[in-house]
Write a protein that binds this ligand. Sequence first.
Ligand code: WTA
Length: 632
Amino acid sequence: MHAYQDLVAQAVRDYEGFWANLAATTLDWSKPFTKVLDETEAPFYKWFEDGELNASYNCIDRHVEAGNGSRRAIVFEADDGKVSYVTYADLLNGVSRFANALKRRGVGKGDRVVIYMSMSVQGVVAMQACARIGATHSVVFGGFSSKALNERLVDVGATALVTADEQVRGGKTLPLKSIADEALALGGCEAVKSVIVYQRTGGEVAWKEGRDFWMHELTQTESDQCPPEPVGAEHPLFILYTSGSTGKPKGVQHSTGGYLLWAAQTLKWTFDWKQNDVFWCTADIGWITGHSYITYGPLALGGTQVVFEGVPTFPNAGRFWDMIARHRVSLFYTAPTAIRSLIKASEVDSKSHPKQFDLTSLRILGTVGEPINPEAWVWYHENVGGGRCPVVDTWWQTETGGHMITPLPGATPLVPGSCTLPLPGIMAAVVDETGQDVPNGQGGILVIKRPWPSMLRNIWGDPDRYRSSYFPEELGGKLYLAGDGAVRDNGTGYFTIMGRIDDVLNVSGHRLGTMEIESALVAHPLVAEAAVVGRPDDTTGEAVCAFVTLKRELPVGEDATQLASELRTWVGKQIGPIAKPKDIRFGDNLPKTRSGKIMRRLLRSLAKGEEITQDVSTLENPTILEQLGESR
Ligand code: WTA
């Protein structure tokens, strides 16, 4: 704790010096930076701007050059249990060949490449290959629909798309290439000149000569030498789409230098990372957690990590624990939703209980993505960690690039359900609607008071939205608004996150905008109006609940069940299966004020099954509450 407090004090005393020292010691720069933080165009901050580096060099070459080429970088376990090992030398070979293949297809510095892939070594290779040549990648989670993929291809202006023939999860296949074909056929992305396909299953795929190429065929004939292209520290390493409070997803743009620094540094601090650790982050590379704690952080440190293709419940709910035991995992990082579903499963099937496995290799456990309820925390600590492993509850976001508020294992006294204290250099605070600090013990809005190196740099193509979403005038225009509510403990000052304060839902740790789902619903020919809210769910944290009015008479009985199922499938097609509403309730209309504003507060109460005790006298149509409250 003293060491932590020293670092915190250092950052307060000399903010730029603190960050400059970390950046100079954690990363290798081909041209050292002389400037640290540039605030002249705030909130468009620049870090280490005149420095140059290459992310792929930092993640791969420097370890090989140091004589560690034969060190294991990735232990890959396929859905069916087949295990393969990839060394740093193998990675250098594969990434260089793929980078050369991209160059031959005309992809260069600053071009955008969309990666729509399953969890695979090839997915990591594709990301690293982009970084190597200075192309900016945008990974789209393999669970998104063709329409969602199309929107992202168009918005980011991609010139190449990397995908797989099929993805395999939980014994089932999903035809990624054919979804990608559909996405391209939807139009607007004619700039995509090459589609490069990783052959995962050998399943049947349609082929467009001259546009489509097999990854293995392209790389076979390429040289394994590809000098890493130095880029400025501010060069966009990647763009990752995430949900906001309007219908259109935001392309969160990250830098190269500041981002990579924090991905590596946080892994060192938060997981007390050591050279002989085996790290396993169960996230998908389609999310920020997979970017920072699979593709970049562990490789930048020259570490060994497990990458897993499948799901925690296949072939049974003991899969995670079995894998930890077989691969001697020491640092394990997963989501509260996974923990909660495995608690349930172990109650039904005692053979899948963690107690049945040798988990003595574990040293530190982590969670991310949503608040963890104290019961799940305690179960994780006791049953997975044997009561010996600290649990680090890490609060951060797509926009923050890496951990922000988290315990330091062994140092910070733990409190289940609290992410405890900000990392050194992170100036987190809780304020009111005017940007004034609120006293401890009083809830408020979570903000970060100073820019930090791994923060997002912009929303791709929409600087106005960047400014208004993250640095709103109401808070004075200088505080970074996280979009979460929080409270600090009276005694310890520990932070507890109280969930989103905007129209963003968190379902199984996946961020979904209510407006995104509403737009998807109203695009259905039968839907007149839709309002989407979240309600608490034991397993997924939050569940999507949709209130819908139709352009035809109110459905009842079997008719309503069928229509609800049709709408679920529809939303799955429009956005992806993760966005399918759990509840759909039909009504003649929605509760609105006389000025026509939908009263979401009431819908939230209805979704939870609560008695409405609020004043409803301003409602245009109070009787609708009864109807919506009943129909399930
Ligand atoms: C939520 C995931 C409570 C929060 C890395 C945040 C959390 C959103 C925690 C970002 C945590 C993330 N405790 N809530 N430890 N971690 N969140 O962008 O609401 O997918 O704003 O990034 O997840 O989700 P995102």
